[in-house]
Write a protein that binds this ligand. Structure first.
Ligand SMILES: *Cc1c(COP(=O)(O)O)cnc(C)c1O
Length: 390
């Protein structure tokens, strides 16, 4: 038998990403492929840069999507800014801070770790202490929205502390972009990376990044070549840069860029602040329902991400079995816990286009039914009316 075409089911994606992609974006992606040096494509690239500047709230000239998932955006920041021998302070309060450390080491740098409990925000006092005891540090890196826990950190304060000690900042905004307030210029972030498949609700595979003048200067004055050819921004700028010759660097993922363009237009039409408010409102609905059920969130109220809700698993529940049933019977995907939180939490994402009141209701109804059926100790039948009352 020859292998047939692949037809995925229509799932509701309420995990830590990817989120549901709007049909308009999927339709844009299926338009005819054109050459990546076609003048029409160059116009599209310029529009994407403008739309990304809006999403990031920045005037940075060097704002573009890197061809590769969020992880490639992360590497792009580290390989360009970290030189062998550099000391980098990495704040870790979840899984992704650990990957930053790994990046620093692979660039030949030394990582000084500032650690907080998974579920807590980065503690500015601990960063201050680390900056004081490491006057030779050159960079501070942290995750704005920790998707492994659902906690947000005070990016503006952390950047200010870093600058007070002459350090550049690398900020992971993969989950915050388009979902919660992120103000690259106002907060003076030097280098930031994100992803398309979380709150932008474009398909996975692209990573928007932005670098300010200080970061560009650091890259220009490097003593050694960037160790990655593909991610060397000096070369990428020849292709994406303003006034550049747009010479061939690599073949851009043309159709994925159509999709990102359309997703950014949806964001522009809604308005960035309205998108932030929508994420917050739907989080409140979900929370009301979960609490009525007797469930609780891992993260304290003041640091909760509306787009990623870490729910404590009730005693005696086989968490993997419950997730399997949600997927099989309700076409609903939620996420598991990572690292020390594996088996302790579920991660319910309300990212981008997935963040609707209908999806919140679907999730509450499904969770209520599944947990009731397996005899979990919850208040059955109360979640929906509690959410409707918000
Ligand atoms: C998802 C995520 C990444 C990695 O993005 P990929 O697209 O999966 O490579 C990095 N950091 C954070 C905080 C994330 O949520």
């Amino acid at each position: 038998m020859p292998i047939g075409s692949f037809h995925p089911p229509l799932r509701t994606l309420m995990g830590p990403g990817p989120s549901n992609v709007d049909p308009r974006v999927l339709e844009a992606m299926s338009r005819p492929t054109i050459g990546h040096l076609d003048p029409l494509f160059i116009t599209l690239m310029d529009e994407i840069k403008t739309l990304l500047k809006y999403a990031f709230q920045t005037q940075n000239e060097l704002t573009l999507p890197i061809s590769g998932p969020g992880s490639v955006g992360m590497e792009t920041c580290f390989v360009n800014l970290v030189e062998p021998g550099d000391k980098v302070i990495v704040c870790q309060n979840g899984a992704f801070g650990g990957r930053m450390r790994e990046n620093v080491i692979r660039c030949g740098g030394t990582a000084v770790m500032v650690e907080d409990n998974w579920g807590d925000p980065v503690d500015p006092q601990k960063l201050e202490d680390a900056l004081n005891s490491n006057p030779d540090a050159r960079i501070v890196a942290f995750v704005h929205a920790e998707t492994s826990t659902g906690a947000t950190s005070d990016a503006a304060s952390l950047v200010e502390l870093a600058h007070g000690h002459d350090c550049l900042t690398i900020v992971d905004a993969v989950t915050s972009l388009g979902g919660t307030a992120l103000k690259v210029d106002e907060w003076q972030i030097d280098a930031v990376y994100s992803g398309t498949q979380k709150c932008l609700s474009a398909p996975p595979g692209l990573s928007p990044v932005s670098f300010n003048e200080r970061a560009k200067e650091r890259i220009r004055t490097r003593k050694s070549k960037v160790q990655s050819w593909f991610m060397d921004l000096n070369l990428i700028m020849e292709y994406w840069g303003a006034g550049s010759q747009r010479t061939y660097h690599h073949t851009a993922p043309v159709n994925s860029l159509y999709a990102l363009h359309e997703a950014l237009i949806l964001l522009q039409n809604e308005g960035l602040e309205n998108a932030w408010t929508r994420h917050q409102n739907n989080h409140k609905l979900l929370l009301a329902g979960l609490e009525a059920m007797g469930l609780s969130l891992l993260v304290e109220k003041s640091h909760r991400l509306p787009q990623l809700n870490s729910v404590r698993i009730p005693q005696g529940v086989d968490e993997a079995e419950a997730r399997k049933t949600l997927l099989k019977d309700y076409n609903l995907e939620i996420g598991a816990g990572l690292g020390p939180l594996a088996g302790k939490i579920w991660r319910i994402g309300l990212m981008g286009r997935t963040s609707t009141s209908d999806n919140v209701m679907l999730c509450l109804r499904a969770l209520d039914e599944v947990l009731t059926n397996i005899g979990a100790d919850i208040n059955s039948g109360r979640a929906l009316s509690a959410a409707q009352g918000v």
